[in-house]
Ligand binder design. Structure first.
Ligand code: OMP
Length: 281
């Protein structure tokens, strides 16, 4: 299988051209209601298409959250397929937020569902959970290398409950979260201009200077907007790694719908705040 150019290189270029903002497509039932849509497949389709049409031509990354589509069964998944295809056609990279993680042989099937070139849900990258052991992800790492796609590995998540696992300290004195970052640094070693194996690190976590965030890969940073973090926090949280940060905003943008211009303006405002905080792109 001949793959695409590596995800890390494609992402770096998109971030340089468009700025690093990732807009999440999270069709919460409450947002469907706010937009005057029914909580059904028609509402889901309308919501997702509106977001894609409003912002896919201007942001580097769109991140559909699979759960909100799976909620509607196979017809919801069909909408997800269309959403991914149309977002990619409009020039955005798509990170599928499905947070998959399983024993290695099953992980291979999850990877095929999202990262194999001819899969109906083929995406540029996939969020994955390493908490069955980082090594369990190796089939996904292998397929991502082959197909020019990427992974975002949950390292230090934005939710307060994550600490009981991720801050736990191992026998070697390193925390579990730091260990995941270490694995990613090895995965991305020597990759130019940026590796394809990213970390998920919440923008909500405050000072992370005790962690080595220099993984030579992208850092997906959710938490801006609805979870309370601000674009202006990014340099203090991420330090020198901030230039590889892909900040995600979902509800903070989506609550401005259903008007496409208002959605676009909201995305532009976050993009501008990020640019001001992080420096020129
Ligand atoms: O992997 C993620 O995207 C993710 C990781 C994490 O640590 N925290 C987190 O909020 N997310 C996702 O990022 C999005 C955040 O949405 P908002 O809080 O509405 O901006 C949701 O889709 C979450 O599932």
């Amino acid at each position: 299988m001949s793959g695409l150019e590596p995800f890390g290189a494609r992402l770096r270029r998109a971030m340089d051209e468009r700025g690093p903002l990732c807009v999440g497509i999270d069709p919460h039932a409450s947002l469907l209601a706010e937009w005057g849509l029914d909580d059904d497949v028609t509402g889901l389709e309308r919501f997702s298409r509106t977001v894609v049409e409003a912002v896919a031509d201007r942001v580097a990354v769109l991140k559909p959250q699979s759960a909100f589509f799976e909620r509607f069964g196979s017809r919801g998944v069909a909408v997800l397929e269309t959403t991914v295809r149309e977002a990619r056609q409009a020039g955005a990279l798509v990170v599928m937020d499905a947070k998959r993680g399983d024993i290695g042989s099953t992980m291979a099937a999850y990877a095929e569902a999202f990262l194999r070139k001819d899969a109906p849900l083929f995406s540029d990258a996939l969020t994955v959970s390493p908490y069955l052991g980082y090594g369990s992800l190796s089939p996904a790492v292998a397929l991502a290398r082959e197909s020019g796609t990427g992974l975002f590995v949950l390292a230090l998540t934005s939710n307060p409950e994550g600490g009981e696992v991720q801050h736990a300290v191992r026998q070697d004195g390193r925390s579990v979260g730091a260990t995941m970052l270490g694995h990613l640094a090895v995965e991305n070693a020597g990759q130019e201009p940026l590796g394809s194996f990213g970390a998920v690190v919440g923008a909500t976590l405050g000072d992370l200077s005790s962690y080595d965030l220099d993984v030579n890969g992208p850092i997906l940073a959710p938490g801006i907007g609805a979870q309370g973090a601000k674009a202006a926090d990014l340099p203090a949280v991420f330090g020198a790694a901030v230039r590889n940060v892909v900040p995600n905003v979902s509800r903070g943008v989506l609550r401005h719908g259903p008007d496409a211009v208002a959605l676009r303006d909201a995305a532009d405002r976050f993009a501008e705040e990020i640019r001001a905080a992080v420096g020129a792109v």
